[in-house]
Design a protein around this ligand. Structure first.
Ligand SMILES: *[C@@H]1O[C@H](CO)[C@@H](O)[C@H](O)[C@H]1NC(C)=O
Ligand SMILES: *[C@@H]1O[C@H](CO)[C@@H](O)[C@H](O)[C@H]1NC(C)=O
Ligand SMILES: *[C@@H]1O[C@H](CO)[C@@H](O)[C@H](O)[C@H]1NC(C)=O
Ligand SMILES: *[C@@H]1O[C@H](CO)[C@@H](O)[C@H](O)[C@H]1NC(C)=O
Ligand SMILES: *[C@@H]1O[C@H](CO)[C@@H](O)[C@H](O)[C@H]1NC(C)=O
Ligand SMILES: *[C@@H]1O[C@H](CO)[C@@H](O)[C@H](O)[C@H]1NC(C)=O
Ligand SMILES: *[C@@H]1O[C@H](CO)[C@@H](O)[C@H](O)[C@H]1NC(C)=O
Ligand SMILES: *[C@@H]1O[C@H](CO)[C@@H](O)[C@H](O)[C@H]1NC(C)=O
Ligand SMILES: *[C@@H]1O[C@H](CO)[C@@H](O)[C@H](O)[C@H]1NC(C)=O
Length: 594
């Protein structure tokens, strides 16, 4: 039976509503932002019983003034029966955007409704009361439970004193299909690398403007950047100077950086209109992170930024990320674990990896490039860490056992081999900050996919600020680039929302053609346009449509449909002819174009 999107169900009775605790430890404890991200690891969380004790008897005395919601609302990590809802109110008469004052706490009521305008008990589906304090900069993150699968809902937050003292915008989200639901179609929008000073977030705006045709958003990282204005993009002329204007390292720095991004109207609108599933890349902490450092910080004295050594800086970054992003903490014993999975009914599984922060062996830090090239194939190097790698295998096996169609592996860095020799004048053949620097593990994963007959694998990537579409192949495997014979799946890697191309901004068909010619499994390359891609999953095929913008200096709707690439169920390769036989205006097709 085909399940289809339904509108929401049963209203709660009046007695259920009034029985909910508006105050007390429960209203603090229901705020997941205090466990940011781990309840067990105390330097990364706030103990709500301590907050409660600190507030003493006065804790029922919550803020009575007007509230505003300058950062809007957000939802994320939908399951078939629950979702995370987020907001961050500000006291209208106190504090301002970046400040906040310690006293008193804010109390909000959150309401999930089946109706976009009616938030009374007639349409209310779930609600609750939640408190927040200065300890977490008034972040509010709650889990709405007992929802129906593959259903669209509306939600809002309001002052516990009543909506006349402050009500948030109305947000929209969908729940996931139930595990065994046969859904005819799902549409996802996949983003990466959104740098505020480099330009407008037209990619977010474009998706938000037709959000009714989409189901979920994925962001595979570099959602913020850590730099001082001018070090990587100068936002002065566009009024997009990231705050605070220094390279960030403290908890307050990371919090304020998120605040300066989240006032962007296109970003805010995409958060408001769809549930997101996000994972970080390096810049949510620092450039080119690996498990013990980044390009400019580590735990030795000369490697620190601000007052913080790398480990402390990373803890600050992680905590701010969990406060600001509507994501779940899947394992509270494992403080840095963000890797997690979602089941898309029988259509597929969404496996989200952390190829950056969790347990990665040393990467290219600019001063050690030759050294990393020399060890790029070593068996003692790992990108995911052993624990995450075993989990990936279990996820792929479970996907196969439940006979779902598309195993989607969302991660950060480009997986397939891209030979950049021509674009760098022969100085660099491969980017060893990508999977190319971890060739042994890449080979192991492909061997697993081949050996266990995992069908229809699709890898989704960001990080590189350019578009790459590839067949998946073993490094020395038999593969025919014209027909795709021998391929083990496909990879779709998207361009950046705004971060610049490494290949210049002129027409780059020549460079792209040389890149596809030098890399057999690379079937489409494009480096000029900023953008994102949309994935359409059906029981018989998966299609990636790439969208690009030539102009980031204005907020505009001049979007280019760059190309459309499909894989048919059971084919484990891109369909030929590529892009339906059309020559794309931007970029260049590989050998499968005929
Ligand atoms: C809230 O704002 C309204 C006007 O927007 C004002 O009339 C009212 O007095 C304010 N309430 C409080 C408690 O400050
Ligand atoms: C929402 O409620 C209003 C009346 O309060 C009604 O006119 C409208 O049709 C409802 N919308 C939906 C989507 O049910
Ligand atoms: C720490 O970083 C500095 C550069 O900032 C580098 O010179 C040093 O080798 C690094 N230390 C370690 C242990 O990696
Ligand atoms: C990379 O491409 C260049 C030409 O663009 C070629 O000379 C070189 O052999 C290639 N490297 C590999 C490993 O294929
Ligand atoms: C592929 O072949 C080349 C050349 O023989 C070799 O250097 C490389 O290690 C091989 N790669 C793998 C993953 O076996
Ligand atoms: C691409 O390669 C051709 C030779 O095959 C060369 O003439 C051309 O200059 C190259 N283009 C770029 C942009 O490097
Ligand atoms: C993909 O599958 C859907 C549903 O079966 C079908 O309507 C559509 O034409 C297919 N698209 C391609 C490119 O094969
Ligand atoms: C989205 O819609 C708004 C309002 O109609 C418009 O101003 C904006 O340019 C659109 N953005 C994109 C990227 O289409
Ligand atoms: C729209 O973008 C295309 C590039 O995709 C560009 O050629 C065209 O000049 C742009 N049009 C406007 C009105 O900016």
């Amino acid at each position: 039976m085909l399940a289809s999107l339904s509108l929401a169900g049963l209203a709660l009775t009046a007695s259920t509503v009034s029985a909910l605790p508006r105050a007390g430890p429960a209203a603090l404890e229901s705020n997941h932002a205090y466990r940011s991200p781990s309840r067990q690891i105390r330097d990364l969380a706030i103990d709500t019983s301590e907050v409660y004790a600190g507030l003493g008897k006065r804790w029922t005395d919550t803020y009575q003034g007007n509230l505003t919601f300058p950062y809007g609302v957000a939802s994320g990590d939908s399951y078939s029966d629950s979702v995370i809802l987020w907001t961050m109110p500000r006291k209208l008469d106190l504090g301002g955007l970046y400040g906040g004052n310690a006293w008193p706490p804010i109390c909000l009521q959150w309401i999930v409704s089946s109706n976009d305008t009616d938030f009374t008990e007639a349409s209310m589906v779930q609600n609750g009361f939640v408190q927040t304090t200065e300890d977490i900069r008034y972040a509010v993150k709650v889990e709405a439970l007992e929802l129906k699968p593959y259903t669209q809902y509306y939600y809002r937050f309001e002052s516990c004193e009543g909506p006349e003292l402050g009500v948030s915008p109305v947000g929209i989200f969908k729940t996931l299909p139930a595990e065994d639901d046969d859904i005819a179609k799902l549409r996802l929008a996949v983003f990466s690398c959104s740098n505020l000073p480099f330009g407008m977030f037209n990619a977010y705006g474009n998706a938000a403007n037709h959000s009714e045709t989409l189901d979920f958003v994925q962001h595979v990282g570099d959602y913020i950047y850590e730099y001082k204005n001018g070090d990587y993009g100068d936002g002065t002329a566009l009024g997009r100077v990231p705050q605070p204007d220094r390279e960030i390292s403290s908890l307050q720095d990371y919090r304020d950086r998120y605040a300066s991004y989240r006032v962007d109207p296109d970003l805010q609108e995409l958060h408001r209109t769809l549930a997101w599933m996000a994972v970080w890349d390096d810049h949510e902490v620092a450039d080119n992170t690996w498990k013990w450092g980044s390009a400019d910080s580590n735990d030795t004295l000369q490697g620190q930024v601000g007052d913080y050594q790398f480990s402390e800086r990373k803890a600050n970054a992680v905590r701010a990320y969990y406060e600001w992003m509507p994501i779940r903490q899947v394992d509270t014993d494992d403080k840095l674990r963000i890797w997690r999975s979602f089941k898309l009914g029988t259509l597929g599984s969404m496996i989200m990896l952390d190829t950056r922060q969790y347990d990665r062996s040393e990467t290219d830090l600019y001063y050690n490039t030759d050294e990393i090239i020399a060890v790029s194939g070593d068996s003692d190097r790992s990108l995911t860490g052993w624990k995450q790698q075993q989990w990936l295998y279990e996820q792929l096996q479970e996907h196969k056992e439940r006979e779902a169609t598309w195993p989607l592996i969302f991660q950060q860095i480009v997986f397939s081999r891209v030979n950049y020799s021509i674009a760098t004048g022969g100085t660099t053949e491969f980017n060893v900050d990508a999977w190319e620097g971890y060739r042994y593990e890449r080979e192991q994963i492909l061997e697993f996919i081949e050996g266990k007959d995992i069908e229809n694998v699709v890898i989704l990537s960001g990080d590189s600020h350019a578009t790459w579409v590839s067949d998946l192949k073993r490094e020395n495997g038999t593969y025919n680039p014209v027909t795709g014979e021998g391929a083990l799946g496909v990879e779709f890697a998207g361009s950046a929302v705004s971060s610049p191309s490494s290949y210049g901004h002129g027409p780059n068909v020549g460079i792209a053609a040389n890149l596809t010619a030098a890399s057999p499994s690379l079937q489409y390359a494009e480096g000029q346009l900023r953008g994102y891609f949309e994935l359409t999953l059906t029981p018989s095929n998966i299609t990636a449509d790439f969208y690009g913008f030539a102009d980031q200096q204005t907020r505009n709707s001049n979007v280019t449909h760059m190309g459309s690439f499909t894989a048919q169920k059971g084919a484990n390769k891109l369909s030929r002819p590529l892009n339906g036989g059309q020559t794309p205006v931007y970029g260049s097709l590989g050998a499968g174009k005929a």
